[in-house]
Each structure stands twice: as structure tokens, then as C-alpha cells.
Design a protein around this ligand. Structure first.
Ligand code: GRF
Length: 202
């Protein structure tokens, strides 16, 4: 299966996918990354893609007259690589109608909290500020809400008394990378169906 991975930052989740494909081989893992897209330049995530010899594309909101045009450009750039699955791995933009019309039901996002708690851009900070004792990560399909799509898998991380946002996020990301690699491999190898809010992997 062909994966297009979308990133906005350090790209350690992307790297985990690249490492898994390199370690097991694309055939055994079930998928390979064919291109990496971003919403900004100058990020480590794009460097990782280039180091792996992968094509990259950048779609910046500010280069488009409207959010709709940006969304269409992102969908066109993604479509050029004919992905079976799109992986939003730390991609900090909400995709729009056009993107969802073309890739909805096969776009996977990873979020650093246990949804439906603490959606949005500050899931780690919000769980900490709330005083939660456990948090974690959620791998889910993208729908038209903010972190509201059908949940595929979750991992739990305990919050420690001495945690600050960055220490907690690092521990979440360790669990998150392993979970994303596992989930994407299973979806690619075994197939899946989405029945309402339920994701069924045979
Ligand atoms: C992940 O925790 C993701 O869930 C969050 O941002 C982080 C991205 O990390 N939204 P990286 O760019 O994959 O290193």
C-alpha cells in the first residue's frame, strides 16, 4: 500500500514509519511511504523525507487566496502520489471539504491525548492543566470535526506529579510512534471497514 505522510514539525512519527518499512521491508510491513507533504518549509520532518530520498511537497495556506484553494491544492498534491492511505503525523492543519471528499475514510491522524478528551492543538497541555492522572495518544480516522473521527487505537500514559508539558509529550510520543507504526501496518496488511464510529480490522 502507498502512504503519503503529512507533517508540520519534527517528524519523529514519520521517521518511525520509515524505520519500520526499512526494517521489515515494504512487502512484509504492508506499506511504504511514497511522498511527504507539509504545510510549512524549514522543518525537520521534510529533512527526514529528503534524507530518505522521498519526494516532498509544501502547501502553505498563505500562498493561497482562500482556505478552500489551499485545501484543493493540498488534495491535488496528495493525489499526485496516488496514496491508499494518508497519514497525518503531527500535521497541524484541519483539512477541508475537498480533501475529505477525496481522502476521507482513508486519512489517519495521531493525537497526543485520549480522545474524546482534550482535542485540538494543545492536547498535552490541556490534560496536564486539567489535572488528569492518565493521558495518552489516539490514532483515528479524520472526519470533518477537530479530532472527532472514528478511533482505531489508543495508548495510555501515566501523568507524573513532576511532569511539565514537554516531558509528558516526550513520553506520549514514545507510545504514539509505536502505536502508529502498528496501526498503519495492520490497516495496510489486513484492510479495514468503518461502520459508523466503529473501525473493523478483520
Ligand atoms: C505528535 O505528538 C502529534 O500527535 C502531535 O504533534 C506531535 C508530532 O510529533 N500533534 P512529530 O512531528 O511526529 O515528531
Amino acid at each position: 500500500k502507498r502512504l503519503v505522510v503529512l507533517v508540520s514539525g519534527s517528524g519523529t512519527n514519520l521517521q518511525a514509519l520509515l524505520d519500520a518499512v526499512a526494517e521489515h521491508g515494504a512487502a512484509a510491513y504492508g506499506a511504504e511511504v511514497v511522498a511527504v507533504g507539509a504545510d510549512r518549509t524549514g522543518i525537520v520532518g521534510l529533512e527526514r523525507a529528503e534524507r530518505a530520498g522521498l519526494p516532498t511537497f509544501v502547501c502553505r495556506v498563505r500562498d493561497h487566496a482562500t482556505r478552500e484553494e489551499w485545501d484543493r491544492a493540498l488534495a491535488d498534491a496528495t493525489a499526485a502520489y496516488e496514496p491508499d492511505l494518508v497519514i497525518s503525523a503531527g500535521f497541524m492543519k484541519i483539512v477541508g471539504k475537498e480533501f475529505l471528499a477525496r481522502f476521507g475514510g482513508r486519512t489517519v491522524n495521531t493525537h497526543p491525548a485520549l480522545l474524546p478528551s482534550f482535542p485540538g492543538a494543545h492536547g498535552v497541555r490541556d490534560a496536564l492543566a486539567y489535572g488528569a492522572k492518565v493521558t495518552g495518544c489516539t490514532v483515528h480516522f479524520v472526519d470533518d470535526g477537530v479530532d472527532t473521527g472514528p478511533i482505531i487505537a489508543q495508548g495510555v500514559v501515566e501523568i507524573r506529579a513532576e511532569d511539565d508539558e514537554s516531558a509528558l509529550h516526550e513520553r506520549i510520543k514514545e507510545v504514539e510512534r509505536a502505536l502508529l507504526v502498528e496501526v498503519v501496518g495492520r490497516l495496510a496488511r489486513d484492510g479495514f471497514s468503518i461502520e459508523g464510529r466503529k473501525v473493523v480490522i478483520p
